[in-house]
Write a protein that binds this ligand. Structure first.
Ligand code: IMP
Ligand code: MG
Length: 184
């Protein structure tokens, strides 16, 4: 009997998925973002808040390209469940622990699709009166976004297709792909 192939193996070795962003391209862009954030936040010791689960890989790489003191925290929300389309509802599954009133807060998202999650996060965090509140998203789908909230730092603008890898999942798997692939 043949062992069952993992989805990971199918993506990486069978070429069924197209690479949208290579590891090299991602690394290069993160160096640029890190440099920009370093300059913008010098002397401010920001709290960088990652939105779990999707943002954990991007955040880990990004903060290592930031060359000032930063604090980190995480919030966990869910809007998709296991489907490819947003459920239209956002639930908070884990709150931050840090006190952010009067602090400089930079929120790290994996991807902004409709912007519903961002709206939810914006309402929650702006109510806590931080000294400043900015957003960085690894990916943005400009053709899908329905919010006016400004995203201060954008890794890449991508077409409105479902992507996986580099933290982004399909049904909770494929987050560990080192590049970003389009899932047809
Ligand atoms: P939004 O609330 O519609 O902006 O969607 C935000 C969340 O949906 C993201 O943080 C992701 O977890 C998920 N999501 C949106 N598009 C994709 C995708 O192409 N691949 C994987 N997850 C996605
Ligand atoms: Mg997700």
């Amino acid at each position: 009997m043949q062992p069952i192939k993992s989805e990971f193996e199918k993506v990486v070795y069978e070429g069924g998925f197209r690479v949208l962003l290579s590891q090299e391209k991602i690394d290069k862009r993160i160096v640029e973002l890190g440099r920009q954030i370093t300059e913008d936040y010098r002397g401010l010791q920001p709290i960088i808040i990652g939105v779990l689960n999707g943002a954990f890989i991007f955040m880990a790489d990004l903060i290592r390209r930031i060359e000032i003191d930063v604090e980190v925290d995480f919030i966990k929300i869910s809007s998709y469940g296991d489907a490819k389309k947003s459920s239209g509802r956002v639930m908070m599954l884990k709150d931050i622990n840090a006190e952010i009133t009067g602090r400089h807060v930079l929120l790290v998202e994996d991807i902004v699709d409709t912007g519903l999650s961002l709206e939810f996060l914006h309402q929650k965090f702006s109510a806590l009166k931080p000294a400043s509140l900015k957003y960085v998203s690894f990916l943005v789908k400009p053709d899908s976004v329905k919010t006016n909230i400004h995203i201060d730092y954008v890794g890449f603008e991508i077409p409105s297709e479902f992507v996986v890898g580099y933290g982004l999942d399909y049904k909770q798997i494929l987050r560990n792909l080192p590049a970003v692939y389009i899932m047809d």
